[in-house]
Design a protein around this ligand. Sequence first.
Ligand code: SIN
Length: 276
Amino acid sequence: MALELRPLGKHVGVEAIGVDLNRLDDTDFGRMTAALAEHGVVFVRDQQLTPEQHIAFARRWGAIDINNYFPANGGHPEIAEVRKSETQTTNIGGGWHTDHSYDQVPAMGSVLLARETPPQGGDTLFAGMSAAFDALSPGLQDTLRGLRAVHSADHIYSHDGIYAQTDQAADLKGHDIRTRAVHPAVIRHPVTGREILYVNPAFTLHFEGWAREESMPLLAYLYGVGMREEFHCRLQWSPGSLAIWDNRSTWHCAMNDYQGHRRLMHRITISGQPLH
Ligand code: SIN
């Protein structure tokens, strides 16, 4: 069966149909690579991947970044588990964010594989941050091109961070790690050349040289733009669904609407290049 690409949203997301990731030849892999750059997220259903095959597929996209905070899957440090049990009420990644923007060289992307999914809910939303940038006025775009923003994960994962107050605390590690990175507020995608709004609600603290209280009104406005549904697509998972996303050009948010049910996702994070 030939690989078919069907858009999931006007500005972000594409589903790859007719593909077996264990037998993906270089031509179809090239089409998926181009689709990722253009659409930001590629979604594939019904894959049968062992952890080793998941790792082998991820390595086709680049080197693997080991996640410092999430529990690893058994003997596979490359695979971070994003999990919620029947009794936990909070989830991981339940706010809009860009993975690893707090790193000096943020991840290029992630390859997320659904292992256990609830009967309903547990979808993941994605936002296309080039389209969000394009929607801003030329004056605001120009202002943002001159700004850099400070990112950190400490307020999320440290001993007194956000997750420490939740029932996810026992699953997480890395509380003593300290992170701080400064990135341009607008970056250019290395393949498409499109500009991207590169701030996110979870990890961006403030603009460089600006106080937090000065930064927040502008950041809140920009977050409101990124949260507009016109820039989104929604992935509905079942066991064996897999998504690869471009972490530079998208935000994502995991819905927490399946209380009393388990959800287990295996995530592999792909290393990136310095941002410009
Ligand atoms: C993540 O934020 O990386 C996980 C997303 C999800 O569990 O849907």
